[in-house]
Design a protein around this ligand. Structure first.
Ligand code: C2E
Ligand code: CA
Ligand code: CA
Ligand code: CA
Length: 277
């Protein structure tokens, strides 16, 4: 599964590689982008299905490329993972997201998102000081660890190996671990058994399946989550019908274009000052 995921991601990148004006310069360009502030974050609301309010926010990275404009993460995360640049990039993402989250809480109090979700690659978890770095960042900004959820893509989580110990440390600190794209891996049950997690994110391929195909899978995942005492989130909700069915199945929170696209930090505050638009 690891190999398949890499192949799949590699294909995305190869496509991007061909569009680069200076092939081979991409690694240096990305390295410079991280230090020069050309990477930035957008935030997608995680919405309560009960009352439509802002429950959390997921930080998603973008690269403002000098020639290609704003690039989505699928075009450069695989490169970052291959080259190790994911370590400084991931530290930028965590630092910036935690700083922003603390600023929202200072300004908006209880109206600010309750939780902050951040995507993490297994490569980052293999750094010996990763848990210390996270703890230090949270302390610097006065953010409670219980407010932060680290998301790991299910297919990549199979490759964690000794990094599982880092997840144990992070959970001991109070952070929560979420399995992203849940249900798309080839050893889903094995992983739930081996990997210390708190949340599963129903992959959008299930959310967006025709209602008759979606219902049994979405129902099975929430039953599994309940049995294992995990939180379940549905992602990729694009229609009111999907939202209503997931709510009736017992999902409490969801994400997707039906509620909101990822937006810059300044725009997310619209959710904190008045009723959602
Ligand atoms: P993901 O974590 O599964 O993020 C969800 C992706 O689905 C986001 O794309 C989001 O914009 C998109 N999305 C949200 N709602 C909908 C919807 O209703 N319909 C559809 N069709 N799509 C929706 P994005 O921002 O391009 O991110 C792609 C992937 O890049 C993420 O998938 C995540 O795996 C990775 N990624 C993003 N930021 C980071 C980061 O800081 N670090 C790491 N390691 N990976 C990241
Ligand atoms: Ca995610
Ligand atoms: Ca996902
Ligand atoms: Ca994904």
């Amino acid at each position: 599964a690891m190999y398949a995921a890499k192949q799949q991601r590699g294909t995305t990148f190869l496509h991007f590689d061909e569009t680069m004006s200076a092939p081979g310069g991409d690694h240096a360009q990305l390295r410079a982008a991280i230090t020069d502030g050309r990477c930035f974050l957008v935030y997608q609301p995680i919405v309560s299905l009960d009352d439509g309010r802002l429950a959390g926010a997921e930080a998603l990275v973008r690269w403002d490329h000098p020639e290609h404009g704003v690039l989505p993460p699928d075009t450069f995360i695989p490169l970052a993972e291959r080259t190790g640049l994911i370590v400084p990039l991931g530290r930028f993402v965590l630092t910036e997201a935690v700083r922003q989250f603390a600023a929202w809480h200072a300004q908006y109090g209880a109206a600010a998102p309750t939780v902050l979700n951040i995507n993490v690659s297994p490569r980052e978890l293999r750094e010996a000081d990763y848990a210390d770095f996270v703890a230090g960042t949270l302390a610097t900004h006065g953010v409670d660890a219980s407010r932060v959820v680290l998301e790991i893509t299910e297919s990549l989580a199979l490759d964690l190996g000794p990094a599982v110990a880092t997840l144990d440390r992070l959970r001991a600190l109070g952070l929560r671990i979420s399995l992203d794209d849940f249900g798309t891996g080839s050893s889903t049950l094995r992983l739930l058994h081996d990997c210390p997690v708190d949340e599963v994110k129903l992959d959008r391929s299930f959310t967006q399946a025709p209602a008759s195909d979606r219902a049994p899978v979405a129902a099975a995942v929430i039953q599994l989550a309940r049995a294992l005492r995990l939180h379940a989130v549905a992602e990729g909700v694009e229609t009111p019908e999907q939202a209503e069915q997931l709510r009736s199945l017992g999902y409490r929170t969801a994400q997707g274009y039906h509620f909101a696209r990822p937006v810059p930090a300044a725009q997310l505050t619209e959710w904190m000052t008045g009723p959602p638009v």
